[in-house]
Ligand binder design. Structure first.
Ligand SMILES: Cc1cc2nc3c(=O)[nH]c(=O)nc-3n(C[C@H](O)[C@H](O)[C@H](O)COP(=O)(O)OP(=O)(O)OC[C@H]3O[C@@H](n4cnc5c(N)ncnc54)[C@H](O)[C@@H]3O)c2cc1C
Ligand code: SF4
Length: 333
């Protein structure tokens, strides 16, 4: 049986108490929201916090609220609540789709949006027991000196594997981060950095408070699509997740587009889409975007599948995400 190392557990009930605890304990503290990632990681001895601060009893951190121009989602809102929320089904259906593809039903009911967006990066050589990692001489991200993926250098390329981020980046979402010293707002893509050791810009003492999802401009149709490659569709992490968003007029001319891929490297990959503006969204455009994306993605051995096969799947899953976006148009008609 895998056991956790001892730590002091805290169960604050107010946000002020959380930020005070984070401020007092700094890097020796770790947040636990739903615990679906933290608990296995503690059992695998990937972290050794002296203090674990539980968010489950903190008032005012969860819920989905409508504003005139956006929808705000509290960080402890569960993934399941996001998947089935009527407001989000109307204004951000691609996000609901992505949420419904996270893990399995039990994990979606425990797991939170904050936990999903702050998920630790994942790697074949890292998400293993202490015994397994020790047998290999550990790795750069924890306890070792070598990266078994790149073989050279001092860079960790463990993969960002959070499905909601894929879609939220396409929707130009913003995040509020709060610490005892105050609040700052960042676009979600700027929340991430290309460093598998720690792929977000949260400072010790800071937590993710809420997420803002802009509503679509009423003069356009916003079509959102998501597609995910994984071994077992009932539970597994992504081997690849793809999100797209097209803002189109009545003739399907693209006014604005976004495309994001996740589970390739430490930071979600944004594909340049300016060149799509003015083009009609049809099968030929989808093929063009799939080829363009294929040429720009290089899967690594950080996930236990053949990188060449995953590269081929980039094209396939980009097409599927786009076709899922187009299908929303038919569903509206
Ligand atoms: C078998 C299995 C399959 C899974 N499959 C998927 C999948 O397909 N797709 C996917 O995206 N995820 C998957 N997950 C990961 C996980 O279940 C989800 O990402 C979940 O949403 C994490 O949320 P949580 O509240 O449980 O996070 P926790 O485990 O509580 O926390 C995760 C991380 O976020 C930090 N954290 C949590 N909340 C905050 C906050 N508000 N501010 C700052 N830091 C915070 C924690 O310190 C920790 O580092 C899977 C997990 C398992 C065990
Ligand atoms: S990418 Fe390299 S350093 Fe990072 S977790 Fe994997 S093996 Fe370790």
């Amino acid at each position: 049986m895998l056991r956790m190392q001892p730590f002091t557990a805290h169960y604050p009930t107010t946000l002020d108490d959380v930020t005070a605890l984070l401020d007092a304990h700094g890097a020796s503290a770790m947040i636990c929201a739903g615990g679906t990632d933290v608990v296995p990681n503690l059992k695998h001895e990937l972290f050794a916090p002296e203090h674990v601060i539980h968010l489950a009893h903190v008032h005012g951190l969860h819920g989905i609220t409508e504003h005139s121009d956006k929808i705000t989602i509290g960080s402890t809102t569960t993934i399941d609540a996001i998947a089935s929320n009527n407001l989000l089904q109307t204004h951000a259906p691609g996000l609901c789709d992505a949420a419904s593809h996270v893990a399995g039903p039990q994990l979606r009911r425990m797991g939170t949006l904050g936990g999903n967006l702050c998920l630790d990066t994942r790697c074949l050589y890292y998400n293993q027991t202490y015994f397994w990692r020790e047998a290999l001489g550990f790795c750069l991200k924890k306890d070792g000196t070598t990266c078994h993926v790149t073989q050279t250098g001092k860079r960790c390329v463990a993969a960002s594997s959070n499905d909601t981020a894929t879609m939220l980046i396409c929707l130009d979402a913003k995040v509020d981060l709060v610490a005892k010293s105050g609040l700052r707002t960042l676009s979600l893509i700027d929340f991430y950095k290309a460093d598998g050791m720690k792929n977000n810009v949260l400072s010790p003492g800071e937590l993710l408070l809420r997420v803002h999802v802009p509503k679509a401009d009423s003069t356009i149709k916003r079509l959102e699509g998501f597609a995910k490659l994984r071994h077992r569709s009932s539970i597994d992490y992504p081997m690849l997740s793809v999100g797209v968003r097209f803002d189109v007029d009545d003739d399907l001319q693209i006014k604005n587009a976004r495309a994001t891929l996740n589970a390739l490297a430490a930071k979600p990959k944004v594909i340049q889409t300016d060149w799509l503006t003015g083009i009609r969204l049809d099968e030929a455009t989808i093929n063009q975007l799939a080829d363009y994306t294929y040429a720009r993605c290089t899967p690594l051995t950080n996930i236990c599948d053949d990188p060449d096969w995953r590269k081929e799947m980039v094209r396939v899953y980009m097409k599927r995400a786009c076709q899922n976006a187009l299908a929303r148009l038919e569903a509206r008609a």
